[in-house]
Design a protein around this ligand. Structure first.
Ligand SMILES: *Cc1c(COP(=O)(O)O)cnc(C)c1O
Length: 398
């Protein structure tokens, strides 16, 4: 018999009743070091005092009013995001998929309003993930996710990731823009090469295309810069955020330069809950922490530590791990053993992680994780690897 809660997920048999910083606790008092952070979402960890206070304070004033009225919390958040980015204007919504839908609509509308209505196609990449709505399934292009859901939404072309010649070859008279994850998350923690991002920027400038970046997972401080594309020294024309944006409160955003944003005039796009006072209070609190002097430098320092230590484990346990990849606090260990086995072993050690494509175990701790907790996590990975490594490897090593 089907359970009342629709069985759309393969859930671990664990339920948490409390969280504190980078730790989660079950009712039985078992505790876990949370290097999954609700899939790279709880950027300030659990029960962060500043975030809790901001949300409860806003809750006691007003939670939701609709976009029929001005929302001062949203105006303030948009001003701050604009000040901290390439963007001139921000649209708020409720999820990553919804943000990406807005991005695609902005790209298409920009072309339609500038006398090029035939240009509606978006170039996307193999291994991408953009969400689960019908259009975003097509933008994602993964056959496994598309199966059984009828005809694809038209207008998305896929080319190999990090292959600039393939991008150039895919551009035609109906191409409107490009949509790229600065670091592919679900696809297996695969960073776009910085040169590739710069080339995409140049191509979009040459052809008059809109460059869209999906930073739903890698944005909001995860790489040690507020936005991951900053590492390449270029900026997109439009960018989406969600996961870490409000620290676990559901929220998405689509940030755009004026020449793109100005075409979403009143009535052309909308959402009931988007940018309500509660969500914006949460995101403003997250920004308070991320923009505090030295915070992002700390993220970078902790990520250097993890990069070094987890990288060493790849050398130590070559029959378990193949490669470390990623950037900042968005790291992936590509496994030689089945990823599920490795993740189970980590769980047994008390470490929560997330799976990703290409047999990768994903490490996306809260950005507030301490150096000591990073060391603890590494010790757990080492202990798990020791148990997993076939006997011959241990013999060779000793
Ligand atoms: C998670 C994710 C999405 C989808 O976000 P939802 O909030 O689940 O709709 C889109 N793009 C990227 C890069 C993501 O990691």
């Amino acid at each position: 018999m089907i359970p009342p809660l629709m069985p759309t997920y393969n859930r671990a048999d664990l339920a948490f009743v409390r969280g504190e910083g980078a730790w989660l606790f079950t009712a039985e008092g078992r505790r876990f070091l949370d290097f999954g952070a609700g899939i790279a979402t709880c950027s300030l960890g659990h029960n962060h005092p500043h975030l809790v206070h901001a949300i409860t304070d806003q809750l006691g004033r007003v939670m939701h009013v609709s976009n029929l009225y001005r929302i001062p919390e949203a105006e303030r958040l948009a001003e701050r995001l604009v000040a901290a980015s390439f963007a001139d204007s921000v649209f708020f919504c409720n999820s990553g998929a919804e943000a990406n839908e807005g991005l695609v609509k902005m790209v298409r509308k920009t072309m339609a309003e500038t006398g090029q209505p035939e240009r509606h196609r978006i170039i996307c990449f193999e291994g991408a993930f953009h969400g689960r709505t019908l259009a975003m399934l097509s933008a994602t292009g993964n056959a496994k996710y598309l199966a059984g859901f009828g005809p694809r939404v038209e207008g998305f072309d896929h080319v190999p990731f990090n292959d600039i010649a393939a991008v150039r070859a895919a551009i035609g008279p109906t191409t409107a823009g490009i949509l790229v994850e600065t670091i592919q998350g679900e696809g297996g923690i695969r960073p776009a090469r910085l040169e590739f991002l710069r080339d995409l920027r140049a191509i979009c400038d040459d052809y008059g295309l809109v460059l869209g970046m999906d930073e739903v997972q890698c944005g909001m401080g995860r790489t040690g810069k507020l936005f991951a594309h900053e590492w390449a020294g270029i900026a997109p024309d439009v960018m989406t955020l969600a996961k870490g944006l409000a620290g676990g409160f559901p929220m998405g955003a689509c940030l755009a330069r004026e020449w793109v944003a100005k075409h979403l005039t009143p009535g052309t796009h909308g959402t009931t809950f988007g940018g309500n006072p509660l969500a914006c209070a949460a995101a403003n609190a997250v920004l308070d922490v991320l923009l505090a002097p030295g915070f992002l430098a700390e993220v970078e320092r902790k990520s250097d530590l993890l990069w070094r230590e987890l990288g060493a484990l790849v050398g130590e346990f070559p029959t378990v791990f193949e490669e470390l990849r990623g950037a900042g606090l968005m790291l992936g260990l590509k496994c030689r053993l089945p990823q599920t086995e490795v993740q189970q072993a980590l769980l047994a050690e008390g470490l929560l992680t997330v799976n990703a494509g290409e047999n990768v175990v994903r490490f996306v701790p809260p950005l507030i994780v301490s150096e000591a907790e990073c060391q603890q996590a590494v010790a757990m990975v080492r202990a798990a690897a020791k148990r997993l490594a076939p006997a011959h490897q241990l013999a060779n090593a000793s």
